[in-house]
Design a protein around this ligand. Sequence first.
Ligand SMILES: *Cc1c(COP(=O)(O)O)cnc(C)c1O
Length: 378
Amino acid sequence: MLLVSAPILGVPEKAALSKVIDSGWLTMGERVQAFERAFADVHGAEDCVAVSSCTAALHLILHALGIGPGDEVLVPSLTFVATANAVLYVGATPVFVDIESIDVPLMSLAEAEARCTPRTKAVILVHFAGYLANREQWQRFARARGLHIIEDAAHAPGLKEVGTFGAAAAFSFYGNKNMTTAEGGAVIARDPDLREKIRLARGHGMTSGTHQRLNSRTPQYDVTMLGFNYRMDEMRAAIGLVQLQNLQEWNEIRRILAVLYRRLIASHCPAVTVPFSQPRTSAYHIMPIILPRFARRQHVIDELRAQGIQTTIHYPPLHWMTLYRERFPGIHLPLTEDFAQRELTIPLHPQITSSAVEAVVAALASSLDSSSQAGTAA
Ligand SMILES: *Cc1c(COP(=O)(O)O)cnc(C)c1O
């Protein structure tokens, strides 16, 4: 099966893991610190905080910004559920905002403006599929209203601009992301005070960790806030250090494959559109395509699957999920809904060959032919 995404793991990761086991120190030690420095470095940041997931990262950022009950946070509906869940964790209200267009499926600035109220405190921008939101535009918007910008950068690790939009950025190292630690995440926050609040809240609000106490003469610690256990362990950091060395090269391979997909789709499946038709900085996390209105998506999915090609959907809109539909009924986001009903994500990861890309596009073309014939017959 040609998978939509697949991690690249090998001998260096195995060696790094066995070194951790030999060392006998399993969590929040030197490797976590080294990983934090290296990850920050890639993004031109001074420092970062490694955590257990991107979900934890988003929760910690909202918590550290003091966002809570009575506050509203603008979020896209076209995202993974963690983006909005983190807002609910702190007792605030996620306000779903439509996308700009089918071609630019990022949060619409005009729609965000329309949904601002005196209770709005922050906006979470998702760099969908790895394509960066417009930084200057959102900074102007946030500054004019005194809002915090939070980046959900799960799709966009390795880009210099990420983490520079506003208060903080949350990253994911889940198994299907551009680099992985199996489970894992990180926060980049430029303001040292905010960063230290996040670091403290990551580990129960304790003023020192086990590793620090080992190396200091005072075994005391204090608990200064209600924190969480969102720590990263040494095994994950060790894998992360290896993966990070490949991130730029992997992102470049993703770019080359995305360019090839665009060219082949334009010539063999002219009815299919590929979002982000205009050049835009990207980490090319996934390859979303938009099927023509005549196509039956399930038929295309089945045909590709029969040829050993996995596809997925990014995303079923959050405002359609039972949890959110019941809490926030009656939301209608026409562009998000149209996008989500026609979107299909085809395989994109650095181990895909150009002949696999050709095979995917050929399978797509033939499934659309049979889709349109079936449509005509019916
Ligand atoms: C994967 C993902 C997350 C969650 O990441 P975890 O590390 O699994 O918590 C959040 N937001 C987006 C956009 C994602 O793709």
